[in-house]
Design a protein around this ligand. Structure first.
Ligand SMILES: [Zn+2]
Length: 119
C-alpha cells in the first residue's frame, strides 16, 4: 500500500506542476500581449509626432527628414494612382465630398448629394 500512496503523491504533484505550468504560460501570454499593446502605443505616438512635425515644419524639413517625407509623397501619389485603377476596374468613382463609391457617370452622389463633376 505504501507503494500506491507514494504513486498517488507523485501523480498529484505532477498534476499540480502541470496546472502551475499552464498558469505560468497563461500569465506569460497575457504579459506578452500587454507588451505588444504598449509597443503599438509607442509606435502610434512616434507616428503622431512625425505627422505633427511635418504639419508644422513641412517647408523647412532638414536633410534628416527630407528623404522620408519624399517617400511619403511618393506613396501618396501611388495610392492615388491605384485608386484611379480601381475606379477603372469597378466602374465606380469616389465622391469628392464624402468619399462614397458612386457609379461612374453619375451627376450627383446618392449618399450626400454633392456634384460628381470635377471642376
Ligand atoms: Zn458624397
Amino acid at each position: 500500500m505504501a507503494f500506491l500512496d507514494e504513486l498517488g503523491k507523485k501523480l498529484s504533484s505532477a498534476g499540480q506542476t502541470a496546472v502551475s505550468k499552464t498558469k505560468d504560460f497563461a500569465e506569460i501570454t497575457k504579459l506578452n500581449s500587454n507588451i505588444s499593446d504598449e509597443e503599438r502605443r509607442i509606435t502610434d505616438n512616434y507616428t503622431e509626432i512625425g505627422k505633427k512635425y511635418v504639419e508644422l515644419y513641412k517647408d523647412e524639413l532638414g536633410d534628416a527628414f527630407k528623404a522620408n517625407y519624399d517617400a511619403i509623397l511618393k506613396s501618396q501619389a501611388k495610392i492615388k494612382d491605384y485608386e484611379a485603377q480601381k475606379v477603372q476596374i469597378k466602374g465606380v468613382e469616389k465622391c469628392p465630398k464624402c468619399g462614397a463609391e458612386v457609379d461612374k457617370g453619375a451627376t450627383f452622389c446618392p449618399t450626400c448629394g454633392a456634384s460628381m463633376k470635377e471642376d
